[in-house]
Design a binder for this molecule. Structure first.
Ligand code: SF4
Length: 264
């Protein structure tokens, strides 16, 4: 049996074991967060995947009409103003990242999922992550992540390092190639932020998973770790650190106590 991890899961655990317990051990669904217009983000991601995936690559660079065409395929659930806004975002993307190039390179994959495996102390871990686009570089791979929300949520250095390590490990296992770079493209501004990946990031994720494995073996209390993150925690009403009488965890959500020991 393998224990499935993602960077979100690892980050969650490092931030607060109690919240990790609610979410991943009890499978307690987070209470509603203001999510924003998800349809717009989904449509932009799908259109970008189509732009790269379905271009025939017989001509070196598509025209902007190809971008408009791909956008129109994904606007069914959008309001007229979102359709207009999305088109403007993608046209800016075209001018910045496609139209000014002599050649559009075919990516390795778009909208993909990679999975890596680690065996630590006889515990099998699978680590997975999703990406928007994976490109070849002359000396490795570049992973591209598109961000489409209006409110840009900065990732912490810990989240970035975990992502770099996870993708480094998983891509090396899958493609036998090194991840050289993770680039985040902010679609609304056209800004690109890149992070270099190194073997050190892989070592870090291995150490994090090893640490988690040890703690999962011993964990009994899932100590709450209070901090600034608490004000965004979806489990506030269940949290013993914040509520003198926390809301009981619904029976249907509770997993069998001690199941983590079955992984040994
Ligand atoms: S409110 Fe804070 S301490 Fe409580 S579970 Fe959430 S993150 Fe942890």
């Amino acid at each position: 049996m393998s224990y499935h991890l993602s960077t979100a899961k690892l980050h969650f655990y490092r931030q607060c074991p109690q919240a990790y317990y609610f979410r991943y051990e009890c499978h307690l669904r987070p209470t509603a967060f203001a999510g924003g217009p998800a349809e717009m983000g989904t449509a932009l991601h799908q259109a970008l995947a189509k732009i790269y995936q379905d271009w025939h690559y017989q001509d070196p660079v598509p025209g902007v009409d190809w971008v408009d065409h791909c956008w129109q395929q994904h606007t069914t659930d959008l309001t007229p103003s979102q359709i207009f806004e999305g088109q403007a975002i993608l046209r800016r993307y075209y001018r910045t990242f496609i139209g000014n190039r002599s050649v559009l390179n075919r990516p390795v994959a778009t909208e993909g999922k990679v999975q890596g495996h680690l065996n630590i102390n006889n515990l099998e871990f699978s680590l997975s992550g999703r990406y928007d686009r994976l490109d070849w570089l002359s000396d490795g791979l570049e992973l591209i992540d598109y961000k489409s929300s209006k409110a840009v949520k900065e990732m912490s250095p810990d989240q970035i390092n975990l992502q770099l390590g996870l993708y480094y490990l998983a891509l090396e296992q899958r493609y036998h190639q090194r991840l050289k770079r993770l680039s985040i493209i902010y679609l609304r501004s056209g800004q690109v932020v890149s992070f270099d990946a190194t073997p050190f990031h892989k070592e870090q994720i291995e150490a994090s998973v090893c640490n988690l494995a040890m703690r999962l073996r011993a964990e009994k209390t899932w100590e709450p770790q209070m901090g600034d993150h608490c004000h965004r925690c979806p489990y506030l009403s269940y949290c013993p650190a914040h509520q003198p009488q926390p809301q009981p965890i619904p029976q249907t959500s509770q997993r069998f106590q001690g199941l983590q020991l079955a992984l040994l």
